[in-house]
Design a protein around this ligand. Structure first.
Ligand code: CP
Length: 301
């Protein structure tokens, strides 16, 4: 995996993903190690972020690495019309690896094709969010003891949700049964459904959330993303489609956990937060360990 970019989650094999999760477990036990003291990492965020950016920064700081970059492209020469290619080629002169979030699907792949240094996709449009996927896999394995043979419910914006696309693709490696709950207008793209079928696995589609909770091991809630809608009226129609509350999870199994990549708007009621079945804030914490594992692996330290 040395020098290997991570653009889509299926760039990495099941063995490579498992190696990263094992390494993340080691970082959870011992997170402060000066492994990146000789490295500079660029963090280019063309789109807002709290968790991804700050957990990368936290991971780099705990590893004694240094960070250059921007959190708002309008403070960079992109504002003057500089192309993505020129930005990437320039930043490649100043860093050993680039972490990039961009609003356009495919931007991370494009970046990886114009530079020789590794790129980590921190989310590209509605396409993929592979590092979120790593922490989702880590969280599922940690709470369930294994990634194999689980019933996973995905809820909300399954059309534009890049975290959903990455996690569905990754979970096809582990004999998952998929339960896909969304408004009709926000169903999982057909390419993702075809991916599940091609792996010989089963998916079920629903518009009602409550009926599926008793059989679930994991409920992966997602936000309906206002920023992905061209038509604001369409967003208004679907924005409150699902609000998970404490009563709704009462019939769930003992091992059931609620995950959410966050940020949430109102799709999980705050009364769920104190339930032992809520795991979304611990999930965000796991982001530091998997990103430490990923950075050190790609940089070969
Ligand atoms: N989960 C996630 O990507 O959150 P941020 O947008 O805050 O980085």
């Amino acid at each position: 995996m040395k020098n290997k970019s991570l653009i889509s989650i299926n760039d990495y094999s099941m063995d490579e993903l498992t190696t990263l999760l094992d390494r993340a477990e080691d970082f959870e036990k011992d997170p402060v190690q000066p492994l990146l003291k000789d490295h500079v990492i660029a963090s280019l965020f063309f789109e807002p972020s709290t968790r991804t950016r700050l957990s990368f920064e936290s991971a780099i700081n705990r590893l004694s690495g240094r960070i250059v970059g921007f959190t708002d492209a309008s403070s960079s020469s992109v504002k003057k019309g500089e192309s993505l290619k020129d930005t990437i080629l320039t930043v490649s002169n100043y860093s050993d690896l680039i972490v990039m979030r961009h609003p356009l699907d495919g931007a991370a792949r494009w970046a990886s094709e114009v530079t020789d240094i590794p790129i980590i996709n921190a989310g590209d449009g509605a396409n993929q969010h592979p590092t979120q996927c790593l922490l989702d896999l880590y969280s599922i394995r940690k709470t369930q003891g294994s990634l194999d043979n689980l019933h996973v419910v995905f809820v909300g914006d399954l059309k534009y949700g890049r975290t959903v696309h990455s996690l569905v693709i990754a979970m096809t490696m582990f004999n998952t049964t998929f339960h896909l709950v969304s408004p009709t207008a926000l169903k999982v793209p057909s390419a993702v459904k075809r991916y599940i079928k091609d792996k010989g696995l089963t998916y079920h589609q629903y518009t009602d959330l409550e009926e599926v909770i008793p059989q679930a091991d994991i409920c992966y809630m997602t936000r309906i993303q206002r920023e992905r809608f061209a038509d604001p009226m369409e967003y208004e129609r679907v924005k409150n489609s699902y609000v998970l509350n404490r009563k709704m999870i009462e019939p769930s199994k003992e091992n059931f956990k609620v995950l959410h990549p966050l940020p949430r708007v109102n799709e999980i009621h705050e009364d769920v937060d104190s339930s032992p079945k809520a795991y979304y804030f611990q999930q965000a914490r796991n982001g530091v360990y998997v990103r430490q594992a990923l950075l050190t692996t790609i940089l070969g330290v």
